[in-house]
Design a protein around this ligand. Structure first.
Ligand code: HEC
Ligand SMILES: [Cu+2]
Length: 386
């Protein structure tokens, strides 16, 4: 301001040239009074420090430092976020956390197993048992006494689950029905998949869920969920959520000399004796006969009689009169005193009412046992050879 001198002619008008007529000049209003350039300048104190007050310049320095901090922290935050999200999405190293999609798959797997459990209990348990143990279920005898025996084979068995009951096989059995198992066209097990012929009641998702349940690991515990609300089912007795574990032991290894589980489960029912194996021995019409009957409900009540007698060292014909049309197929096999099977031709299961003749070779004297391989715990007896 000290250098500021009052500008005398703010409007920039020049002095008229001498002799120029006053009237030739454009009419311009010349402001009168004390108009100075100071009017457009900052107050003098501001110009003290290169035009800034000391406070103002200090403020500017502070502000730009803060702005750099904001930028720096933003970069740090964004980088940390990217790293964190990376690990969240793909899993932290060294197994600290699992990839998000894997967790999602696990959760879906658990859901499938829980649904499969409900499907199994609703559709399959009446034949294969609530624990998948078929005729070995703890209440099997009581059930068959009530005429509701478990006629399906045991599914919950490690040697079966290991390879035999694989996913593809289960899918085929559920799509084709029980006839896929042993080729029995009259199998009691219906078609389950709606892709089958004739179509069954379950859609592809339910089949998948059933398979997920049947193959679920025994090392994992699952909650029993209510089928309609999907809420965990509380056991009224304990007040705790009901749970179940899978059947399949992931650590199971078959013995070193174990043979693979046979394609048809019937072939595995008793050691060695193949129910359908062996040629049909021709029955000698003149041989003496011994008759054993499977009355109606034999699966629980057993053979009639339970003690048979035969002559030593004489071939005889064992007539099996299967009168039972209700409690499942039966057969008879004989084991010698050492437990080895006696070869007596084709001993395949069959449903009654029907009769079969088995050609039993000459046997040395001794106490033999006979069983139905489908119901070995209830249908058994002794054969005295003397
Ligand atoms: C009406 C009784 C019945 C019902 C219900 C039933 N099954 Fe079966 N299932 C059987 C019979 C009987 C067999 C043996 C097949 C044969 O020889 O005819 C069998 C065989 C099987 C096999 C093959 C076993 C093996 O050792 O190869 C599987 C797997 C199976 N069933 C699964 C199921 C599933 C899963 C369900 C429920 C959706 C079910 N079953 C419902 C009676 C039944
Ligand atoms: Cu039987």
């Amino acid at each position: 301001m000290t250098d500021q001198t009052p500008a005398p002619v703010p409007d920039g008008a020049t002095e008229p040239a001498p002799g120029e007529a006053e009237e030739q000049r454009l009419p311009a209003t010349v402001p009168q009074g004390s108009l100075t350039a100071d009017r457009f300048s900052a107050v003098p104190s501001i110009k003290a420090n290169a035009g800034l007050t000391p406070q103002r310049s200090a403020g500017i320095v502070r502000q730009s430092a803060a702005a750099r901090w904001v930028g720096f922290l933003t970069v740090i935050f964004v980088s940390l976020f990217i790293v964190g999200y990376w690990f969240y999405e793909l899993g932290a190293p060294a197994g600290i956390s699992e990839a998000r999609l894997h967790q999602e798959i696990d959760a879906q797997q658990v859901t499938a197993v829980e649904r499969g459990y409900n499907l199994y209990e609703a559709n399959c348990a009446r034949c294969h048992g609530p624990n998948g143990m078929g005729p070995d279920e703890p209440d099997a005898a009581a059930k068959s006494a009530a005429g509701q025996g478990y006629i399906g084979p045991r599914l919950n068995a490690q040697e079966k689950l290991f390879a035999h009951l694989n996913e593809a096989y289960l899918r085929n059995v559920l799509t084709v029905g029980g006839r896929y198992v042993c080729g029995n066209a009259k199998s009691a097990m219906p078609v389950w998949s709606d892709q089958g012929n004739p179509p069954g009641p379950l859609n592809y998702r339910q089949i998948d869920e059933l398979i997920a349940f049947l193959r679920a690991p025994s090392t994992e515990t699952f909650d029993v969920k209510d089928g309609s609300t999907n809420e965990p089912v509380i056991d009224p007795a304990t007040g705790k959520v009901k749970t179940f574990t899978g059947w399949n032991d992931p650590g199971y290894k078959p013995g070193p000399s174990a043979t693979p589980f046979p394609d048809c489960y019937l072939d595995a029912l008793t050691g060695g004796a193949s129910p359908s194996g062996g040629p049909t021995a021709s029955v000698d019409p003149n041989a003496p006969t011994v008759t054993v009957t499977a009355p109606t409900g034999a699966a629980s009540s057993g053979f009639d009689p339970t003690t048979l007698e035969a002559k030593a060292n004489t071939a005889f014909t064992l007539v099996f009169d299967n009168q039972d049309a209700t409690s499942g197929p039966h057969n008879v096999v004989i084991s010698d005193p050492s437990g080895a099977a006696v070869s007596m031709g084709d001993t395949a299961f069959f449903s009654g009412p029907a009769k079969r003749n088995y050609a039993v070779p000459a046997l040395p004297a001794g106490t033999y046992t006979f069983v139905c391989q489908v119901h070995p715990s209830t249908m058994k007896g002794t054969l005295e050879v003397k």
